[in-house]
Design a protein around this ligand. Structure first.
Ligand code: PMT
Length: 411
């Protein structure tokens, strides 16, 4: 970002309080930053804070105050010419409407129009979930996206209204990463780049007979989100998927399996030469000892099914791994969650375990969101908020990247 000229547009939403941190991060990366603050934005974050961290005057109204500085009525044009990129965070429903309508009644909307067409514009809407999903906001977003704007879908979580839902502005670090990706054409170099990553996802099916099986509600969404995010960071991803109805993430090699035994065999082939193994699959712990050939008859009032234990794929990797390899697991729990998760971390010899609670509404199986608690070997525990599974995958990979870096600096 060194030497890049970035304009940060800030509108009137509660998330505006995070923007001085965004400006600081940009400055630390060597960018030159100027802030365009809307009238509403100025109610949430002070001009003085932003001027201090950006080391520049803050731009608000389109006309300079009379007599206080050189009367320059073309500042919006010179700002538009100066900028290499414009980031609007948070973007309110009101500003989205004004930008899509082409109004230019303050500095942000005016410079938006004067910005050179080849310069990226990243917009981070942040508002109440119902507002975000409303027809008018979605129409304005579509209009702006059809121009050159990149609209980043807000994250899910607790909102200022006290409700939970989509609408939260991503953290400043994530905004910076998105900007770097747009501006520099690539993700900032990730420690996962070039790493061979194996991910298990989805359920397994254990045959009872020719037409029936034991399985669970896993949809594969969590594992697929991790595969997608890891591939975007430059990892070479092999996704070993149980029976799910999901398209393959771009750039990911996918192997479809059905039973735990098949998942074990497919995974084991990579144990020796992968850098990272992530077990996101809900592997059936048991399988029928002797699956019936053909379809079982229902003549008996009661039948007994003998189940035998399946091999534990993740534990198998955890026990064999070399000091250079990382083993990451998940723990799906209904009770005594954190204790059980910590126990699995130790018993399976993992480097990190992501604990998720089974509630069928916001986290665990077959929903689009998850609430993860990341537990590391040294006991460090990070509770993540309610996020989309894509958002949770990004945060999990951020933690894994830190583990990779720690390993790299070890003597
Ligand atoms: O697929 P989704 O609908 O998106 O749901 C996501 C999820 C809830 C399935 C996922 O987030 C998750 O928690 N996956 C692990 C579920 C699980 O089976 O947890 P567990 O506590 O039983 O197993 C612990 C770990 O050992 C897991 O990493 C599991 O993949 C692994 N394991 C378990 C048994 C076994 N035989 N082999 C394994 O590798």
């Amino acid at each position: 970002m060194k030497g890049k000229n970035i304009i940060v547009g800030i509108c009137g939403g509660i998330a505006a309080y995070k923007t001085p941190q965004l400006v600081r991060l940009l400055k630390k990366r060597g960018a030159n930053v100027k802030v365009a603050l809307t009238e509403g934005g100025a109610r949430f974050v002070s001009e003085l804070s932003l001027a201090t961290v950006s080391e520049e005057p803050v731009y608000g109204k389109i006309f300079p105050p009379m007599g206080t500085e050189k009367m320059d009525f073309t500042r919006h044009i010179s700002l538009g010419e100066w900028a290499d990129a414009l980031v609007i965070a948070p973007a309110t429903a009101n500003t989205l409407a004004r930008l899509s309508a082409g109004l230019c009644d303050d500095m942000l909307s005016a410079l938006f129009i004067t910005l050179r067409p080849d310069k990226p514009v990243l917009i981070f809407p942040a508002m109440d979930g119902q507002m975000f999903l409303s027809a008018s906001v979605q129409r304005n977003i579509a209009t702006l996206a059809a121009q050159r704007c990149t609209i980043i879908t807000p994250e899910s979580g607790e909102l200022a209204s006290g409700l939970c839902g989509v609408g939260r502005m991503p953290e400043p670090e994530a905004i910076l990463a998105a900007l770097e990706e747009q501006l520099l054409g690539t993700k900032a170099s990730s420690p996962l780049s070039g790493k061979k990553v194996i991910i298990t996802a989805g359920p397994t099916r254990e045959k009872i007979d020719g037409v029936r099986f034991i399985s669970n509600y896993s949809s594969g969404k969590m594992g697929f989100a991790i595969a997608r995010a890891a591939a975007k960071r430059g990892a070479m991803v092999t996704l070993i998927a149980g029976p799910v109805h999901l398209p393959s993430p771009p750039g990911v090699e996918r192997l479809d399996v059905e039973s735990a035994a098949e998942m074990y065999a497919a995974s084991e082939a990579f144990f020796k030469n992968c850098d990272l193994f992530i077990g996101a699959a809900a592997v059936s712990d048991y399988r029928p000892a002797e699956p019936y050939n053909g379809k079982m008859k229902k003549d008996d009032e009661q039948i007994e099914l003998t189940l035998i234990k399946n091999p534990d794929i993740l534990a198998g990797f955890g026990m064999q791994k070399s000091p250079d390899q990382l083993a990451i697991g998940f723990a799906l729990e209904t009770q005594s969650g954190l204790g059980n998760a910590r126990n699995k971390l130790a018993v399976k010899n993992l480097d990190l375990i992501a604990f998720n609670f089974f509630d069928r509404k916001t986290s665990g199986f077959d929903v689009d969101t998850n609430i993860l608690t990341l537990i590391e070997r040294d006991g460090e525990t990070t509770e993540l908020p309610l996020l989309t599974k894509d958002g949770a995958a990004e945060r999990l990979l951020d933690a894994i990247e830190q583990l990779c870096l720690k390993k790299a600096v070890k003597p």
